[in-house]
Structure formats: structure tokens, C-alpha cells
Design a protein around this ligand. Structure first.
Ligand code: MD3
Ligand code: FE
Length: 214
């Protein structure tokens, strides 16, 4: 590990842009509670590989909790109050999720953050998420808070056009990223997750993204 990387890991926060920052290890104290909640959520709404409007099966497996869940099928992308697979509402956001999201948002300068949706992404080794923008949320002024668990990944942080240059951001187990304001509409993605086994989470990467949809 080079000195610059070592120094970065000792920082509590790395600023990626004016309103985007990585809070290193911020979720570590509540990892046990988060994983227990994820187990409950996936028992009710199992991880599934959504189909894009173009007919491609997504590599990332997804589920949701909160008032709204992100869905994709041949008809398009949308937020839905019920799981289309079961017809049941998504489970509510667990208190630990709400507390962590609000604490991280406050740390990054956003007071009173109350998300109404949490998309849970599961990456098996080799899984990637291609460059995209998150544009299905009605409320684009609230930040997005993302929590990384398990295997490390390289996040691609781009500009406002698909072809803009991207910077690579290493994300570790327990890191929380807050993306707000003007930086919310940036293109972003995740490079293929390298094979490995995390002591607690196993052979996968999990990512929680909190959003305010309405
Ligand atoms: C940056 N998830 O679910 S973190 C997604 O690691 C998504 O699973 C990635 O991109 C993951 O849509 C990245 C979350 C994230 C969400 C929205 C953003 C990062 C963002 C909007 C602008 C910039
Ligand atoms: Fe995204």
C-alpha cells in the first residue's frame, strides 16, 4: 500500500467533489445490525436480477425496502410501492437504516435527511454496474447515501455527460458515501468486483443506497 493510500484511509472523510464525500468506515459500528436487517428484508423480498427496458438481465441482484422500491422491466424504470414479484408492499426502512442514513447525511452537511427508499444491490465476484445516472427520483435536491459492505470495489465517478472522464474511487467494507446537490446527477458505475471472501459478508459485495423519491 502506498503512503498516499494509507494516508487517505486514516482520514475520516475524502471529498470527491463539492457535494460528494466518502466517510471512511462510518458504518462499521452498525454492520451487525445492518446485515441482520438485510436478512429479514431478503426473506420478504428476495434478491432478483431485473430486466432492463432493452431486454438485458442486470448482473447486479437487487431488492428494496422503504415506501418505494426501484423496479425495472421491459416497460421501463420506475419506483413502485409494491414488490411486483409478490404484490406485497416493501418492508419499512429499519430504524438502524434510518439512523445511519441521517447520521451520515448530517456529517456531510445535510440536516434532517429522511429517505423513503433503500435499494439493496448484491454483487457476486465479477459483477459490474455500467455507467449510468440516477434520474427516476422525483426529489433531486435530497442527497443519496450509499453504504458499502463486504468485498471492496472500485467506484467510477464521472461527469454530467456519459463520455466525460471518470475518476476511480476505492470503496471498502463500512464506507459510506454521501452524494448531494449538484453532484447527484453525475454518471457513475462500479468496476467488476474482484473475487475474494470477506470475513463477515462472504463472497459478495452489498450496497445500500438511500434515496428520497418523493
Ligand atoms: C453517485 N449503486 O444503485 S453507490 C445505484 O455501489 C448505484 O451499488 C452503486 O449506482 C453501487 O444506482 C453506486 C450509489 C450512488 C447512487 C447515486 C449516485 C452513487 C451516485 C448519484 C450520483 C453520483
Ligand atoms: Fe446509480
Amino acid at each position: 500500500m502506498n503512503d498516499l493510500f494509507a494516508a487517505q484511509q486514516r482520514e475520516t472523510c475524502t471529498q470527491l467533489a463539492a457535494q460528494a464525500c466518502v466517510l471512511h468506515g462510518f458504518a462499521l459500528p452498525v454492520v451487525g445490525a445492518l446485515l441482520a436487517d438485510i436478512r429479514t428484508i431478503q426473506a420478504s423480498a428476495p434478491f432478483r436480477h431485473l430486466v432492463t427496458p432493452g431486454g438485458h438481465v442486470m448482473q447486479v441482484a437487487m431488492t428494496n425496502c422503504g415506501t418505494y422500491g426501484w423496479c425495472s422491466d421491459r416497460r421501463g424504470y420506475r419506483y413502485d410501492r409494491v414488490d411486483p414479484q409478490t404484490g406485497n408492499p416493501w418492508l419499512p426502512l429499519p430504524p438502524t437504516f434510518l439512523q445511519l442514513a441521517a447520521d451520515a447525511a448530517r456529517e456531510a452537511g445535510f440536516e434532517d435527511y429522511v429517505p423513503d427508499a433503500c435499494l439493496i444491490n448484491r454483487y457476486a465476484p465479477g459483477t459490474r454496474l455500467s455507467l449510468h445516472q440516477d434520474r427516476d427520483e422525483h426529489d433531486r435536491s435530497s442527497p443519496i447515501v450509499s453504504v458499502s459492505l463486504g468485498l471492496p470495489a472500485t467506484f467510477l465517478f464521472g461527469g454530467f455527460e456519459r463520455g466525460d472522464k471518470t475518476v476511480r474511487v476505492p470503496l471498502q467494507h463500512g464506507d459510506v458515501v454521501v452524494w448531494g446537490g449538484g453532484d447527484r446527477m453525475r454518471f457513475h458505475g462500479v468496476l467488476p468486483v474482484k473475487p475474494g471472501r470477506h470475513d463477515v459478508v462472504g463472497e459478495q459485495r452489498l450496497n445500500l443506497t438511500f434515496r428520497k423519491v418523493r
